[in-house]
Design a binder for this molecule. Structure first.
Ligand SMILES: [Zn+2]
Length: 258
């Protein structure tokens, strides 16, 4: 009797293992294994070039701003547990408060967002959130879902235009936003940046949610759930021995150059 229960259990276990294996093979487009990181990087480069050709996203050429953004990016990147990506942060010249990710670890940040952030830590919290979308491959998932992998990688001019439109108006689903928020809080903590900066920054966004300048900002585009995201971000507790290490940047001086 006991032996047969054991056999049944083993069979059940086997069935679960098979289901798990199948689910992990077919969980596309949530985890887009069909597109290698190398391919994603090549696509990303092409899209960044294309986006920067658009007068709405002209690259801001300002050494002081670029070096501040790289300094923040370096601190965050150095504290990633593991990454397949080499990050590229590009600042574009726009009054809009905006930041978005392009495949291949490319994150585009508007000069308007830099002006809106009261501290480099606030900007770091947005950058960490966008890095969450990169690491979780949310952008690629969405593109594959909308266009299909064959079309996405076809290199067709029309498709490139279509993708550019999608990338610059990306909105993620609630689960993806929560994943990116969680990722950001953990990364900020590891980077010695107060992780609840994310919450205070979100609160500021919420207060200004009628501001026309932020209507394309993906962080706020899932507005109906925003209050719960703020609560969630506020409830994040760093470890007892956490100590914030201030960014050595003259933020006002940097902003004055915008
Ligand atoms: Zn987001």
């Amino acid at each position: 009797m006991r032996r047969s229960i054991l056999k049944d259990l083993l069979i059940l276990l086997g069935v679960f293992a098979l289901i798990w294996l199948l689910a992990s093979l077919f969980n596309y487009p949530d985890k887009p294994k069909l597109l290698s990181i190398e391919k994603e990087e090549r696509l990303g480069e092409a899209y960044v070039d294309l986006i920067l050709l658009n007068p709405m996203f002209r690259e801001l050429e300002n050494e002081k701003i670029d070096s501040a953004v790289s300094m923040i990016g370096d601190r965050l990147e150095a504290n990633l547990e593991h990454s397949d990506y080499l990050y590229n942060f590009v600042v574009f010249d726009s009054k809009m408060i905006n930041a978005f990710t392009v495949p291949g670890g490319n994150i585009l940040i508007s000069s308007g967002l830099i002006a809106f952030c009261d501290s480099p830590e606030e900007l770091a919290s947005v950058m960490a959130h966008e890095m969450g979308h990169v690491e979780e491959r949310h952008v690629v998932s969405r593109l594959i879902k909308e266009l299909g992998i064959d079309i996405l990688t076809s290199g067709d001019q029309y498709v490139l235009g279509e993708v550019t439109g999608l990338l610059t108006s990306t909105s993620f689903d609630r689960k993806q936003e929560e994943e990116a928020d969680r990722f950001a809080a953990e990364l900020l903590e590891r980077s010695s940046i107060e992780p609840r900066t994310l919450a205070t920054f979100f609160r500021k966004l919420e207060e200004e949610s009628d501001n026309e300048l932020m209507k394309h900002f993906e962080i706020i585009s899932t507005h109906p759930n925003f209050s719960s995201r703020i609560r969630e971000a506020l409830s994040y507790e760093p470890a007892d021995d956490f100590k914030a290490l201030p960014m050595d940047l003259d933020w006002e001086g940097i902003q004055a150059g915008l």
